[in-house]
Design a protein around this ligand. Structure first.
Ligand SMILES: [Zn+2]
Length: 645
């Protein structure tokens, strides 16, 4: 057994009210659980399609269930049932993970508190507990010998130390790639947190996002891929409800699909794939009563002989009044005209990942085919400014040197620049060695000769300071190179942020102590930059403002990383929300480094009058008499604490 602290201690003092009787989750829910919101408020009734999933969580043969789902199928309520059951009936150590710590707090305050208020057995337990100890906070509950934590997937600390018998990872597709910092992927970390338990249970559950870029899609594919099969009320033939009719241009009169008269959602019926007869929405419930989950892939068994099951649930089999077939058709008709609307519909009503239109999809192959004729390390004509982005990893630094010019919009303030990748270099040294900073110096202090022999020096360098361990080293280096316009940056994915802000003093020295003269850290509006860059790459300008050039020796790997993320649309509380999702298992340094270089460019621009910026720069370059003598980079004595400047 793993070592656990608070809950173990509490178990000694609080006699768990654990009843002897064996009760399955679905039976427990029907006896004790109250639905707290929506039209079906009241005593819980397990729907036929939900029963097998709840039963799987009782089943010792199952260690993981991955649920790829639409909205309106009660998936979150199933998680709530497990939370309540794991406190009241089978007390154990569990956690529920939400995309961010803010989401986790909100979930605890709103959803979990409502459970405690509405479910009598929980109300009782918590009222007793309140008087006995002070161990219950928003994010941690210790009760009845059980513990329940709420964790944000963006919190590196949330994944350390503690182990859990049950992990519920909710809305996994919204977990930011790399969100747990250098610790690794959140799902892998969470899986490790259960490993000590022979009876561990891992539940991951999400609405999917973009095909090929989605966590729950990958998890579903790993499991045995169960779909709900329903018998036709006319001929008894079992079939999956096909959502193929909800595809623009789909033929709607083929057997085995939905049919409706365009513009009349209420006319919708399902045509049996076997007998061709129409099935009415009202018959859906009796079909589900007799329905069954069928795996479409071979079982995935872990070394302990336990199964990973995966389920796809979508609104077509929902019992909620607002998810009738007519509602689904109406939503489809409303949203099918725009790619964004269609994507939201496919994710949130069909519970499927959205497949991008192949003709507009940005691929590594198409960019690779568009490489320019110049070679890395040389500066094609048109470049007037050099800026550098540095992506710092534990074991290496990746340097992205980009050249910028006005293209055909020299006097247009705010126009996109034309840009050229000059060099991508990888320094295989750790972030905490002086060797890595000495080599970064050779880029930051280096000369970049133009074809006429004139020299450009980098106008700005943005180094990502990341979280935790890297930050003090990056701050210290940026501080020592301030006069070369080297800045420490931090990515802020929230929408609406400017490419780079005006910076804020940090408070840490090498030992993590507050410091009056701390480095300045600049926030980078990563999502906005990605949106602009991707639009320009998609547009594929050959030259001029907005054109992006790559040297003839750029690798396919570079482009794979550059297109490793996709814009994803969703609605949160009725408001549209755009986020970026990363392709599973693909590195993204080229994208990140290119984003930092763009941030460096925006930082460098700030000291100029925007209207005359390019003329000013051009005049400065032309004023160069002859190439300046090459300056040899001075080693950076970070570890000795000596500053060369
Ligand atoms: Zn039939």
């Amino acid at each position: 057994m793993p070592i656990r602290s608070a809950s173990d201690v509490l178990r000694q003092y609080i006699q768990p009210l654990k009843p002897k009787e064996k009760l399955s989750r679905s039976d427990w829910a029907e006896r004790h659980f109250q639905v707290t919101k929506g039209s079906s408020t009241g005593r819980w009734k397990t729907r036929p399609y939900q029963r097998e999933i709840l039963d799987a969580w009782d089943d010792p043969r199952v260690w993981r269930t991955s649920i790829m789902k639409s909205s309106r199928v009660g998936a979150t309520t199933l998680l709530n049932i497990d939370e309540a059951y794991s406190i009241h009936w089978e007390p154990c150590d569990t956690c529920t993970v939400q995309p961010t710590t803010g989401d986790a707090e909100k979930y605890s305050r709103d959803t979990f508190n409502a459970l405690v208020e509405n479910i009598d057995v929980l109300t009782e337990l918590f009222s007793v507990c309140k008087h006995r100890d002070g161990t219950n906070s928003i994010l941690e509950k210790y009760i009845n010998g059980a513990s329940l934590k709420f964790i944000g997937a963006n919190s590196p600390n949330g994944f350390r130390r503690v182990t859990y018998r049950i992990v519920r990872a909710d809305e996994t597709s919204a977990y930011k790639a790399g969100g747990a910092g250098k610790e690794g992927d959140q799902i892998e970390l969470l899986l490790n947190r259960t490993i000590d338990y022979h009876d561990r249970l891992f539940i991951d559950c999400s609405t999917p996002t973009i095909e090929g870029f989605d966590r729950i899609e990958s998890a579903f594919a790993l499991g045995d891929q169960r779909h709900r099969f329903l018998p036709c009320p006319h001929c008894g033939h079992f079939q999956r409800l096909s959502a193929a009719a909800f595809t623009p241009g789909a033929k709607k009169d083929t057997p085995g699909g939905f049919w409706w008269e365009p513009g009349k959602p209420s006319s919708v019926v399902y045509i049996c794939e076997h007998c061709d007869k129409p099935i009415q929405h009202s018959q859906k419930f009796e079909m589900d009563e007799a329905g069954e989950w069928r795996p479409m892939a071979p079982p995935n068994i872990d070394p302990n002989g336990r199964e990973h099951r995966s389920y796809h649930i979508w609104a077509g089999i929902s019992y909620q009044a607002n998810a009738s077939w007519a509602n689904i058709v109406a939503e489809y008709e409303k949203n099918s005209e725009s790619p964004q609307g269609l994507q939201v519909f496919i994710n949130t009503w069909l519970g499927l990942p959205y497949r991008e239109d192949a003709s507009t999809r940005l691929t590594a192959e198409s960019l690779y085919a568009r490489r320019d004729t110049y070679t890395s390390g040389t500066l094609p004509d048109g470049i007037l400014m050099v800026c550098i982005g540095v992506d710092m990893q534990d074991d290496r630094a990746e340097i992205f040197v980009w050249g910028f010019g006005p293209g055909d919009s020299e006097t247009q303030a705010g126009a996109e620049p034309e840009r050229w990748l000059i060099e991508h270099a990888v320094i295989f040294e750790r972030y905490d060695t002086k060797a890595v900073y000495a080599q970064i110096d050779s880029f930051v202090l280096g000369d970049y000769p133009l074809s006429d022999g004139k020299i450009l020096k980098p106008s700005a360098t943005a180094i990502d300071s990341g979280d935790g361990d890297h930050a003090p080293y990056v701050y210290e280096y940026a501080n020592s190179r301030m006069k070369h316009n080297v800045i420490a940056t931090k990515g802020m994915p929230q929408p609406g942020k400017p490419p780079i802000n005006n910076g804020k003093r940090t408070e840490y020295d090498m030992k993590g102590r507050p410091k009056k003269t701390g480095a300045v850290v600049y926030q980078v509006g990563t999502d906005g930059i990605k949106t602009r860059l991707m639009a320009q790459l998609k547009h594929g300008h050959e030259s001029g403002a907005g054109a992006i050039h790559f040297p003839n020796d750029t690798t396919e790997e570079f482009f794979a990383q550059l297109v490793s993320e996709r814009r994803h649309y969703s609605t949160v509380g009725g408001q549209p929300k755009v986020t970026w999702v990363r392709r599973q298992g693909v590195r993204a340094e080229a994208l990140d480094g290119t984003v930092y270089a763009d941030a460096a460019f925006h930082h460098a621009k700030k000291k100029y009058n925007q209207k005359t910026m390019w003329q000013q720069i051009r005049a400065t370059i032309e004023a160069q008499g002859k190439p300046a003598p090459e300056k040899s980079p001075v080693a950076f004595n970070l570890l000795e604490g000596q500053k060369p400047y």
